[in-house]
Design a protein around this ligand. Structure first.
Ligand code: NDP
Ligand code: 13P
Length: 308
């Protein structure tokens, strides 16, 4: 947002962290080698967001409800909230836009998603993402305001499709990482990526998402990035599981959104009669209901069918 020319209030929950960022003009905890742009003003006072005309909600998916609840007290109803997390609420199975709509009824909501490692964006490497909102003017306006020299923000009306692509790709990345960690090879990774993508298309269709959205940046684009890169926390988590680590060891204290999302995604699919065997397998793996070899065996012995 700062690179696109906006003055930015950067809220952090920890007052010491906000103070340190304001003093050092860097975020040593999360992006240590990237100086803060001069137009970024760190704070830990939520009330300082009340004058902002758009909010980027960049917290883990499972924290969206807590932070939105607090924000609802300070934001005017017309201020759009842009969800940047990729996941599904584990306890309720809600899409994140439904969590936000629940807490801020009638307020504008959008989602920003796509292939974009935070560090790449922060240092100004070329990146393209999608901003979706049901309101076409809001989607186009927010996308234009966030786009800059290095970050291209496309806009879309398909909020559900964008949310499903972002949440689902993390689950697929775990499957791909596990296959690589177990030594199953690049061909297995490609098979899991393609068949997993087909699962995402099916579940998105069942929830009203458009195929074009899934084939775009927030779907295929992010599947390609996350399933192929060891820099992805979800992929790296899967890779460590594949090498025999326990779930806790594999996570290593890092945020692994796919591990929180897999079960909820499987349940959403089942509720609409959609088959997602790869997501089911990841859900079983991260819950400790099945081992990796057993999971692969079950996937490989599924009845053959026409490719869909
Ligand atoms: N990192 C990346 O490259 C990308 C991440 N995303 C998505 O963005 C989301 C956040 O990921 P990421 O930024 O990496 O995660 P982090 O773990 O770095 O957390 C982001 C921020 O959220 C804060 N936070 C966590 N829990 C709470 C809470 N309960 N209340 C208030 N603040 C909280 C953290 O604060 P504190 O520092 O105090 O812990 C931190 O500043 C995820 O859904 C991820 O999938 C999407 C694209 C790229
Ligand atoms: O969403 C991301 C890139 O688009 C980041 O993925 P990880 O959370 O797996 O690191």
């Amino acid at each position: 947002a700062a690179a696109a020319g906006a003055p930015v209030v950067l809220w952090a929950r920890d007052p010491d962290h906000a103070r340190e960022m304001a003093e050092t003009r860097a975020n040593a905890r999360h992006l240590p080698d990237v100086p803060l742009a001069t137009s970024v003003r760190p704070t830990s006072a939520l009330t300082e967001l009340s004058g902002c005309d758009a909010i980027l909600l960049v917290v883990p998916a499972q924290a969206v409800r807590e932070v939105t609840t607090a924000l609802a007290f300070v934001l005017p109803t017309h201020a759009p909230l842009v969800i940047c997390a990729k996941g599904i609420e584990r306890d309720t199975g809600f899409f994140l836009s439904d969590v936000v709509a629940d807490l801020r009824p009638g307020a504008p909501v959008a989602a920003l998603s796509g292939p974009s490692f935070a560090h790449d964006v922060a240092i100004g490497l070329p990146t393209a993402v999608t901003l979706a909102a049901p309101d076409p003017i809001l989607a186009a306006t927010l996308a234009a305001r966030l786009s800059g020299r290095a970050l291209r923000v496309y806009h879309s009306l398909d909020l559900r499709g964008v949310e499903i692509g972002g949440a689902g790709k993390n689950v697929l990345a775990i499957a791909c990482g596990a296959a690589i960690g177990r030594g199953l090879g690049e061909s297995a990774r490609a098979a899991l990526t393609a068949r997993g993508f087909s699962e995402l298309m099916r579940v998105a269709r069942a929830y009203g998402g458009r195929a074009e959205t899934l084939m775009g940046l927030s779907g295929l684009g992010d599947v390609v990035l996350t399933c192929a890169s060891a820099a992805s926390r979800n992929f790296a988590f899967g890779e460590r599981l594949g090498r025999g680590a326990s779930v806790a060891e594999a996570a290593g204290g890092k945020l692994v959104e796919g591990a929180f999302t897999a079960n909820a995604l499987s349940a959403l699919a089942r509720a609409r009669g959609v088959e997602m065997p790869i997501a089911d397998a990841v859900a079983a793996l991260v819950a400790g209901r099945a081992g990796l070899d057993e999971t692969m065996e079950a996937l490989m012995s599924r009845p053959l069918k026409a490719e869909d």
